[in-house]
Design a protein around this ligand. Structure first.
Ligand code: ADP
Ligand code: MG
Length: 680
């Protein structure tokens, strides 16, 4: 299986070169190049054919053919055919020369796309007369995605030969116990069936087996990584003074929710353990992640370490510094901000204090872990909105010789299937409960011509002493237009509300102007804040009860949900008004989802359904693997099972030694999935 594809008859150096660009170098890899669909040449009863389906039918020519020429060299050849007692029209394009073969009464075998309404079959392949048979008849043919000069048919031929020559060498790699427990088709059989299907039921079993295998191998990699990092004791066993932590928690202005208590415990246990924490903390907007972060930082500092909080934007960094200072400074903890707009002098100053250990907690963007930043004794790194940070950052830390405990926080609730796929190497803590007294944000979807009523509604709330956000349309790739929109809407609202201060926030403002506006809004001097999406993450103004989102169809579900999370953070009923006139069905569906649920996990589940896993995070670096055959939206049950089994297997001591797992271990090694060093 590990031989080069050139060992296959008909595959030369040139073809091998081409296959290499498709990620195929060995026979094993070629055999694992699965078809993406099948052409069904089994003869179909026309009564059972669905509209748009590609089918094969056998019939008799029923009339004289007719030809129409149009344009230059273009033609349409049509003939009436009777099959299964139905008369329909077979159509060929640019094949006028076939006309003389189409004599009434002859047998004909046709493959093509069935248009049920018009009773048309657009023919792609045909066989006429005595030859109304083909070698493909009654078969199901795999179709492979191919690039450049290589065709699907060529790949099919090579795979056929590879299977004939080497098929016997395909070994079972899954443990026998799993094969039996989940009634999986043996590997050799499944690979044969996926390329050369015999019938639908067996094809399904083959797919099921191979999808499970793929998910299992992936989870094995993730779980072994987890197992190994846990076994390594490179992290610090932080001596957390639990009494002090309990006191700190009891002095908070509110009591923690049960969910918060649970995740705090999970995190503190990790800090105390000698291995480095690698944990994802997910919780809906407003579920109270910041205070959890503060408790962890408090604990780590009291154990003698420094903490760092990394956030994606400067605005957020400033917000977090403020809330952390409020919580931590009274306890003698020094919190500082490493902002991008410090002067060189100020920056040097802060870096010096950090290195000497005078600063306990530092907050900043990812500039925090840059080359010239040195810590005295870094113990805990927390990153907010982790999906905006790459894996790169962790590598930088390791290269500095640091093995801090790392906590990733995200307010994008990730459906479980995605969480355990993209973050399968991490432990996951979930805050699945809102602080008490929160009322779900009432969400409405209105058409743009109702803007006047929206304004009247804002007025009502503002007169009650509340505040409102108005988020302006996001126009892709045009920061300029975004700003112009915000300016226009700001001007309109200023006119509507002469008695109130209307603020304006957008990316083109300089830092101190931004801060001034935010501060005025937080202090309730500005009643209505018109903004582009810079407020998207993290901003906390509990008195704001109205979130108006202009041209809401331009936003994705995750972003809409994030924006909505800016309100409903206090005790008062809050409202989210989506002004939208979506032209697509998907756009309408997004608006519907928003009005139907305020549960972030539900929103993200529907988002995943609408967009599919590849698109879900919107970034290439999402960490989602490109599965060949498994589909995590469909195979989520298999994914759960695979994870569970993989996790148990890597923890079983004999996995690393027992010859029973030799084929699996060899396979993992040959595919570079991971290497079982103990076995070597
Ligand atoms: P997140 O970061 O998860 O979006 P925050 O940490 O900003 O949420 O919390 C949102 C608001 O809820 C803050 O004003 C915070 O002080 C408050 N809060 C957090 N935990 C609780 C709690 N257990 N009870 C009441 N209020 C809480
Ligand atoms: Mg937050």
């Amino acid at each position: 299986m590990n031989q080069s594809v050139t060992a296959i008859k008909g595959v030369g150096e040139k073809q091998a070169e081409h296959l290499k660009t498709m990620g195929i170098e060995t026979i094993g890899e070629l055999l694992e190049y699965y078809p993406y669909r099948y052409d069904d040449y089994r003869i179909k009863d026309l009564h059972q054919a669905a509209d748009g389906e590609k089918i094969t039918v056998k019939g008799v020519i029923h009339s004289q053919p007719s030809i129409r020429f149009y344009g230059k060299k273009k033609s349409r050849l049509a003939v009436r055919v009777m099959a299964d007692g139905i008369v329909f029209t077979a159509v060929w394009f640019n094949r006028h020369f076939l006309k003389k073969q189409l004599q009434t009464g002859r047998e004909i075998l046709l493959t093509g796309k069935w248009d049920r309404r018009r009773m048309h079959l657009t023919v792609t392949e045909h066989h006429i007369g005595d030859k109304a048979k083909s070698e493909l008849e009654e078969t199901i043919q795999p179709v492979y995605s191919s690039t450049g000069s290589i065709s699907s048919r060529q790949i099919r031929n090579w795979i056929t030969r590879a299977f004939d020559q080497y098929g016997q060498a395909i070994e079972e790699i899954l443990p026998t116990s799993l094969m039996q427990k989940y009634k999986l088709m043996p590997r050799k059989e499944a690979i044969r069936e996926i390329h050369f299907p015999t019938d639908t039921a067996r094809g399904k079993q083959a797919r099921r087996r191979l999808a499970f295998e793929e998910l299992f191998l992936f989870q094995l990699k993730m779980q072994s990584y987890r197992y190994i990092t846990k076994k390594e004791t490179k992290g610090a066993a932080q001596p957390i003074p639990m009494d002090a932590v309990r006191r700190f928690v009891s002095e908070l202005p509110f009591s923690l929710t049960e969910a918060q208590k649970r995740v705090v415990k999970e995190i503190l246990d990790d800090l105390k353990a000698p291995s480095a924490m690698n944990r994802l903390l997910q919780g809906d907007v407003g579920s109270g992640k910041t205070v959890v972060a503060a408790i962890a930082l408090y604990a780590s500092v009291k154990a003698g370490y420094q903490g760092a909080l990394m956030v994606p934007t400067e605005i957020l960094a400033e917000q977090h510094v403020q809330s952390l200072k409020e919580l931590l400074t009274p306890h003698g903890i020094e919190v500082a901000l490493l902002s991008g707009r410090l002067t060189a002098r100020q920056r040097q100053d802060i870096l010096g204090q950090l290195q000497m250990g005078f600063i306990d907690v530092i907050v900043g963007t990812h500039a925090l872990i840059q080359k010239d930043v040195y810590f005295h004794n870094l113990g805990l790194v927390i990153t907010d909105e982790q999906h905006r940070f790459g894996v790169e950052q962790r590598r930088i830390l390791r290269e500095k010789g640091l093995h801090p405990d790392v906590l990733f926080m995200t307010a994008t609730p990730i459906p479980r299937t995605l969480a355990i796929t993209a973050f399968g190497d991490m432990d996951v803590s979930t805050i699945d409960q809102m602080p008490e007294g929160r009322k779900p944000v009432e969400t409405y979807w209105v058409r743009p011509d109702m803007f006047d009523r929206v304004v009247a509604f804002i007025e009502k709330e503002v007169n009650k002493g509340r505040q409102a956000y108005v988020i302006c349309p996001l126009i892709e790739e045009s920061d300029k237009l975004d700003v112009q929109n915000a300016i226009d809407i700001h001007a309109r609202l200023t006119e509507f509300f002469p008695q109130h201060q209307v603020g304006l926030l957008h990316g083109r403002l300089n830092q101190s102007d931004k801060e001034q506006v935010m501060e005025a809004f937080a202090a309730n001097r500005v009643k209505i804040l018109v903004s582009t999406t810079v407020v998207e993450v993290g901003v906390n103004v509990p008195n704001a009860t109205v979130m108006v989102i202009y041209d809401a169809e331009r936003f994705g579900l995750a972003q809409l949900h994030q924006l909505r999370g800016r309100v409903g953070r206090g005790q008062d009923q809050a409202y989210c008004i989506l002004i939208a006139d979506p032209s697509t069905e998907e756009g309408k569906e997004r608006m519907r989802v928003m009005t139907e649920t305020t549960d972030g996990f539900e929103v993200s589940r529907r988002d995943l359904q609408l967009r599919g896993p590849g698109d879900f995070f919107g970034t290439k670096q999402s960490g989602l693997p490109d599965f060949k055959i498994a589909d995590i939206t469909r195979d989520y049950k298999a994914l759960e099972v695979a994870r569970q089994e993989a996790s148990e297997l890597v923890q079983a001591p004999d996995f690393w030694t027992d010859p029973e797992y030799l084929p699996l271990n060899n396979y993992l090694k040959s595919r570079g999935i991971f290497e079982n060093k103990i076995l070597d």
